[in-house]
Ligand binder design. Structure first.
Ligand SMILES: [Zn+2]
Length: 123
């Protein structure tokens, strides 16, 4: 049974790039460097090699979920032709995943921690 309050709390921590266990410490140093363990509780962030492949899917899904409806909305509301649309959404599909990179990893970590909190013990 999913506890909605716990799920909301962990998801909120993920969106704020915080440790899903303690919420105390940030999980990134800078833009692209994921810390190995939480500075607050010692939670190991990367369980194994390839652990964050799911984050790539999250990033891709978020990009597509914005770009495809965005294309149709602009086509319907503004009547923007194909070439400007391709330039706009092509650029978007390059920039957005770079910006969303940290959030996708953080959300993936949060979702994993929510569904399987007990398998990753601190060092
Ligand atoms: Zn922590």
């Amino acid at each position: 049974m999913i506890d909605p309050r716990r799920f909301g709390r962990i998801l909120s921590l993920g969106l704020r790039l915080r440790c899903p266990r303690c919420g105390y410490a940030p999980i990134f140093r800078g833009w692209f460097t994921l810390l190995a363990v939480c500075g607050g509780c010692g939670l190991k962030f990367e369980r194994e090699q390839g652990y964050f492949v799911g984050a790539i899917y999250l990033n891709y899904a978020a990009t597509v979920l914005v770009a495809v409806p965005g294309y149709f909305v602009l086509d319907y509301l503004v009547g923007l032709s194909l070439v400007p649309q391709l330039l706009l959404w092509g650029g978007f599909c390059i920039v957005f995943p770079l910006w969303f990179f940290r959030y996708s990893k953080s959300l993936w970590l949060s979702l994993d921690y929510f569904f399987d909190p007990g398998t990753r013990e601190p060092f």
